[in-house]
Design a protein around this ligand. Structure first.
Ligand code: KG4
Ligand code: ZN
Length: 353
């Protein structure tokens, strides 16, 4: 089974081919960072237009890559949601058009399931069950994954996602977009004893997050400084990064203890954060928990995780008697919870809307 995966939910045009036997065959990404940098964040209309420009040439280059050698694919998987509506529609319409032309199924994929499965592209891959910390620009969630396709959200953010907090904080410190890598780089020069920001919601016993207050704290602190010189910016960046990393780590450990699970996977753009990875590795070792990360390029948005999720969905479907949706109409779900992803990969609430 050879699957083409297409990712266009936000500001990365990603495409990849995954083969059930050979593994990942080829993976490419066209980033839009330059395009959105001058606005300090993603401009949805520009994102959609750029996907239109980049996606078909990207797919063509994959199909003819020497690794694939022009071989046909057996299905086309695409991100159907959550994400920016216009951007999602580009991937969905191209995927459905290709699937129709090639006479293969088009498989709608939940973007967060893609992130959640990204560590499966690595060796060793985690086995079920596990706890997943999904931290991206749009989501911050702790998910209990009991078995393939069985998801229970244990806690999530009440306001900003962790990545969004990085992006907004970087913007107000004048560090550009995307904020995560920019803040992490500046934090390396920071002095840890200068500022301390609160760790939001750690005293409450639950697993909810809230990051919007932290951003306001940064703003207030920055305004209080007589001069926002380069060293002060680095010091604030470090204090902010430490507050986010601590908060995420505390809740992860709490989720592991509450559930008794012995494996943790961390994925999504913020999962690329070096300090977070090191912290969780160290704390999980003490707890006797195995921790799994995808490589950095599979933490942020990419086509490989969507191609793999397509393969995963196809396999699940075969085990359950097989009724993959055939090509025809398509739909996108800009808002779509992992918990509403039914066992067959579709939106279990779609009929109610
Ligand atoms: O998963 P992703 O590529 O896109 C979404 O689905 O949102 O995540 C992007 C987010 C951005 O907010 C970006 O600032 C953050 O991930 N990010 C990081 C790092 N690399 C990317 N945050 C912290 N540290 C990083 N090294
Ligand atoms: Zn993402």
């Amino acid at each position: 089974m050879r699957i083409l995966g297409i990712e266009t939910s936000c500001d990365d045009t990603g495409a990849a081919i995954y083969d059930g036997q050979a593994g990942l065959v080829v993976n490419r990404l066209a980033s839009q960072i330059e395009l959105h940098n001058e606005y300090g964040g993603v401009v949805p209309e520009l994102a959609a237009r750029d996907h239109i420009r980049k996606l078909l040439p990207l797919i063509e280059s994959l199909i003819h890559d020497p690794g694939n050698g022009g071989r046909p694919v057996d299905a086309v998987a695409y991100t159907a949601g959550p994400g920016l509506a216009g951007a999602l529609l580009v991937g969905a319409s191209v995927a459905s058009g290709l699937a129709y032309a090639w006479n293969v199924p088009a498989l709608p994929i939940h973007h967060m399931e893609g992130h959640l499965l990204a560590p499966m592209l690595e060796d060793p891959a985690p086995e079920f069950p596990f706890i997943a910390l999904l931290v991206s620009g749009g989501h911050t969630q702790l998910v209990d994954v009991e078995a393939a396709g069985r998801y229970r959200i244990m806690g999530q953010t009440r306001d900003d996602a962790a990545g969004e907090a990085f992006d907004k904080t970087a913007k107000l410190l004048g560090l550009g977009y995307p904020g995560g890598p920019a803040i992490a780089a500046r934090a390396l020069e920071g002095r840890a004893d200068r500022f301390v920001f609160p760790r939001p919601m750690i005293r409450q016993g639950g697993l909810e997050f809230s990051f919007s207050g932290l951003k306001t704290q940064v703003l207030t602190t920055a305004r209080e400084q007589p001069r926002l010189d380069s060293q002060t910016v680095s010091d604030i960046a470090l204090a902010f990064e430490l507050a986010v990393v601590d908060t995420l780590a505390i809740k992860c450990i709490r989720a592991l203890k509450m559930s008794g699970r012995k494996r943790l996977i961390v994925s999504g753009g913020v999962g690329a954060n070096r300090r977070l990875r090191d912290r969780l590795r160290e704390q999980c070792r003490k707890l006797g928990v195995e921790v799994f990360y995808p490589r950095l390029e599979f933490c942020t948005d990419n086509g490989a995780m969507i191609a793999y999720a397509g393969y995963f969905r196809w396999k699940l479907d075969m085990e359950n008697g097989g009724c993959l949706p055939s090509h025809g109409g398509f739909d996108v779900r800009p808002r779509w919870s992992l918990e509403d992803l039914s066992r067959d990969g579709t939106d279990s609430r779609a009929m109610e809307d």
